[in-house]
Design a protein around this ligand. Structure first.
Ligand code: ZN
Length: 253
């Protein structure tokens, strides 16, 4: 990569238009708040559910290194054809950052292969996110933990496949715990699930949250190399056919 990462921030963009309280927190939508808060060498575009092809045309996806996804109330409205397209692009190397209630996004469930169900409770309780992989690039610049004064609780058990890396673990004032920052490799692509971001709280204005998302984008960006080849590989790289023949001759002598 030449340094600049092409980021598409996708948001279903419904709560911000339907619920005045959410509109007040994110007048331009969460996608705009996230776009404005990211720090790094990013070329950012946004896409929303109600655009043609949900804003995720073949062309947009081909020009996207990392896709950030926020969905909640309208997962079912995301067309299967687009879900297939996004998942295929991830397997070919596009990074995916799945935020908060996107644990139930069709594309996330498809790439995980499990129900992705969890416990939840929204009483606006405190969340403390502990760094549990201190050497990981996603927590660069983050302290041992950070706190969000008011958030929705997500609790274990979270029905995901065992993550390749767990970077953050949340504690909630009500007593639950949750794997809040989880990394997965799928095909050539990297996926980072990051828990915070309930629409009723200004979570995407929190500097630590924005830092983790920015770091997550850098981590999930594709590496610059050719895709692997698959299928039959002939001829062999070494002269094994002849050497096997020789071995057989020796055995029969
Ligand atoms: Zn929520």
């Amino acid at each position: 990569m030449d340094g600049t990462i092409r980021v598409t921030i996708w948001n279903e963009y419904r709560h911000e238009r339907n619920k005045p309280v959410v509109q007040e927190i994110y007048p331009q939508g969460m996608h705009r708040a996230i776009a404005d808060g990211l720090t790094g060498s990013f070329e950012i575009r946004t896409a929303t559910l109600d655009e043609p092809e949900h804003g995720l045309t073949e062309e947009v996806l081909e020009q996207t290194d990392v896709l950030v996804w926020w969905g909640h109330t309208a997962h079912k409205e995301v067309r299967d054809e687009i879900v297939e397209r996004v998942a295929a692009r991830v397997l070919r190397g596009m990074g995916l950052i799945a935020l908060h209630s996107s644990h139930y996004a069709k594309v996330f469930k498809k790439l995980m292969g499990t129900s992705c169900a969890l416990l939840y409770r929204d009483i606006g309780e405190k969340e403390r996110l502990w760094v549990v992989a201190p050497g990981h690039p996603i927590v660069e610049g983050v302290g041992p933990y950070f706190e969000l004064e008011r958030e929705e609780m997500y609790g274990e058990f979270f029905d995901i496949p065992a993550p390749d890396e767990v970077v953050l673990t949340s504690w909630f004032a009500g007593g639950n715990v949750f794997r809040s920052g989880c990394c997965f490799y799928r095909g050539q692509g990297k996926i980072f699930y990051f828990r915070p971001g309930h629409e009723l709280y200004p979570t995407y204005r929190d500097p630590n949250v924005l830092r983790v998302i920015s770091n997550g984008i850098r981590w999930a960006a594709p590496v610059s190399r050719d895709l692997p080849r698959y299928g039959k590989q002939m001829p062999p790289l070494e002269d094994v056919a002849n050497s096997n023949e020789r071995k057989e001759r020796v055995a029969h002598e």
